[in-house]
Design a protein. Structure first.
Length: 468
């Protein structure tokens, strides 16, 4: 892309940010145990850790929040929330919750038995952790096109349907309570799935009487990619494409902190009345009454408006265009990236950039620390730190295919100039890449270790970092 994408909005409110000195940054990342999650937000200059709940809300959302009805039961915002979700996601029953991982927890606590298998195009961290926490086996089935780095195939987020059929045949459909499709497929680069792939998975699930669910956190971005790249959809509205996508699924889990354009919230939406009743019982136990589910009335209203705003095609053209532009800048800086770019982030291939650091010593984390040291930029590792270690249910040593660094761009928040600054920092890292060293974990929890673990930097020549 040769031209910068133009923002289809004007900035009405600003928040000051400041860059800590180099000495301060070095001290703060060391104090945090070299875990970027543990650094105070006030000490971050540009925060690309996540696009979840970090974006800017619109004037309509802020105005809607003033209409928040904080009644305990059956407040007016619930009815707007319910009607919006039923219309877009084509489901009969809606259960609000305070974020996406709660939706995962409620669903898997209800339908998953120890030893069950949960296939996914690729699980993200909380989905995988919730599956394993309930004794399930998370199985990633990304499509074969993903391995071809030279291919410009637009739907590299697809699930491998042949592998899915083979897995069901191998373990038996009774041990597969649900097939989950993540749209867009976050872990492999925020890449979309095609409508054709969705239909094929629906057919496979019907053949074996297996539920089919979406992790729909970025459903709007996925629908836009279908409009842009899949034949037969170019003249359709994004909303109608999203409705068709979701109509093929039995249920939807969503973190509304992504394509809900809100700072907090999520939901489950299903068609099965019996399942909805079971889910509702657990919802009441752990989240609250079914018409608020852990959310304020003003949050319900902000999500209702955001779910409609995200389907605006001018916004989506800008959103995906900004990510494409950012990817181009990082490539020009010398970073190998996952290509084509997806909808919410650019993923740098740290394993390829830092071959001297073996996966056991986290090349992605090395680069993540360096982004903060050099520029006060917070990004996140998507590799052996996040997805490695031992599966507590199977004893299998988990090993992701790639060691990535994700630079997730919050929605309607950072300007192109700020992303150009990040690309300049990336260029400095590329020039000094041979000096970067690996890391070793000094403390970690059983699940989701990347959030809270502490590490130390390896010593010695980085090209000769010893194995554990």
């Amino acid at each position: 892309m040769s031209k910068k994408p133009i923002e289809p909005f004007r900035i009405k409110v600003t928040e000051p940010i400041s860059l800590p000195s180099e000495e301060e940054r070095l001290a703060k990342i060391e104090e945090a145990g070299y875990n970027i999650f543990r650094v105070k937000a006030e000490d971050i200059f540009i925060d690309l850790l996540t696009d979840s709940g970090t974006g800017a809300m619109s004037q309509h959302q802020w105005a809607g929040m003033m209409l928040g009805d904080e009644s305990y039961a059956c407040g007016r915002n619930w009815y707007h929330f319910e009607a919006t979700i039923k219309n877009i996601f084509q489901k009969r029953f809606v259960l609000p919750c305070h974020q996406g991982r709660v939706a995962e927890n409620i669903l898997f606590s209800t339908i998953l038995k120890p030893g069950d298998f949960v296939p996914n195009n690729t699980h993200f961290d909380t989905t995988r952790a919730n599956t394993m926490h309930k004794g399930g086996v998370a199985v990633d089935l990304p499509c074969p096109e993903l391995d071809d780095e030279t291919s410009d195939f637009p739907f590299k987020g697809n699930i491998d349907t042949e592998a899915l059929s083979a897995l069901i045949k191998k373990v038996g459909p009774e041990r597969v309570p649900v097939v989950v499709m993540t749209v867009t497929n976050n872990s492999v680069g925020g890449l979309p799935v095609s409508m054709a792939n969705i239909k094929e998975v629906r057919q496979i699930c019907d053949q074996h009487n297996i539920r089919f669910f979406f992790d729909a956190a970025r459903f709007g971005e996925n629908a836009y990619f279908i409009k842009k790249h899949e034949s037969g959809f170019e003249d359709r509205t994004v909303k109608s494409i999203a409705q068709e996508m979701c109509a093929y699924a039995d249920g939807v889990m969503m973190s509304a902190k992504k394509d809900g354009l809100a700072n907090m919230g999520g939901f489950l939406a299903v068609n099965d009345e019996d399942l909805a009743g079971q889910l509702k019982e657990l919802l009441i136990l752990i989240e609250g009454f079914p018409t608020y589910g852990g959310l304020n009335g003003r949050d319900l209203e902000a999500i209702s408006i955001g779910l409609q705003e995200v389907l605006n095609e001018d916004y989506l053209a800008y959103r995906t265009g900004q990510i494409e532009y950012f990817g181009m800048l990082l490539q020009q800086a010398g970073c190998p990236i996952v290509s084509p770019t997806g909808g919410h982030a650019v993923f740098i291939d740290a394993g390829k950039l830092l071959p001297q650091i073996e996966p056991a010593h986290f090349p992605g984390q090395s680069m993540t620390v360096e982004f903060y040291r050099r520029g006060g930029v917070r990004v996140v590792e998507i590799g052996s730190l996040m997805f490695g270690g031992e599966d507590p249910n199977t004893g299998e040593i988990l090993s992701p295919k790639k060691e990535l660094v994700r630079l997730a761009v919050p929605r309607r928040m950072y300007t192109n100039t700020q992303l150009e600054y990040v690309a300049e920092i990336a260029g400095e890292i590329v020039k000094d890449r041979e000096k970067l060293r690996g890391y070793k974990i000094t403390q970690e929890p059983q699940f989701l270790r990347h959030f809270t673990c502490t590490m130390k930097e390896m010593v010695g020549n980085p090209a000769k970092v010893p194995s554990d």
